[in-house]
Ligand binder design. Sequence first.
Ligand code: GLN
Length: 194
Amino acid sequence: MVRIGVLSIQGSVSEHMTRLSELEGVIPVRVRDEEALSEVDGLIIPGGESTAIGRLLNEFNLMGPLRERIERGMPVWGTCAGLILLAGEVENEKPWIGAMDIVARRNAFGRQTESFRMKRTVPSVSDKPIELVFIRAPIIVRAGEGVEVLVKTGDKIAAARQGRMLATSFHPELTSGNDFHNYFASIVRECMKS
Ligand code: GLN
């Protein structure tokens, strides 16, 4: 069994918990303090409002311990606001956790198209098309050399992996499929073997 945490400060926490509970061999855990953080094998940072989650991470004294666990190799997956929180650089703003070698642009799709869906095949994740849901989504405008691009929209990047870190600008937890949750669980399992 692997224990996968969902950072439970703000945002789409219960949706991630539901998707995780559908996976074999995964125990979903709500993480809102240092003790819970120390007990998980991997962590999802959900979508929501990155500024609110970032401020509360500082207020709850979780920012330091979280950075430290990520540095020591804990697998982490940021969805939407979570991507912004993981980014090493955020355009026109200070980064939050700053762990991934990516540059994020907030609310990249503008007002008219702030929310939309599309279907894509993501070869590393599944051989069937996956539904991608974008809600006031950010985008990755640049990624470093060690970053594997998983999904592109136009010339921008909507999903990327850097070693044990995964970032998606869309919300797999808001669809009925759990391909991305399975993919993240396999990263966590691989890490536990090594
Ligand atoms: N627009 C939000 C932000 O900048 C992210 C939106 C989301 O997580 N659905 O934090």
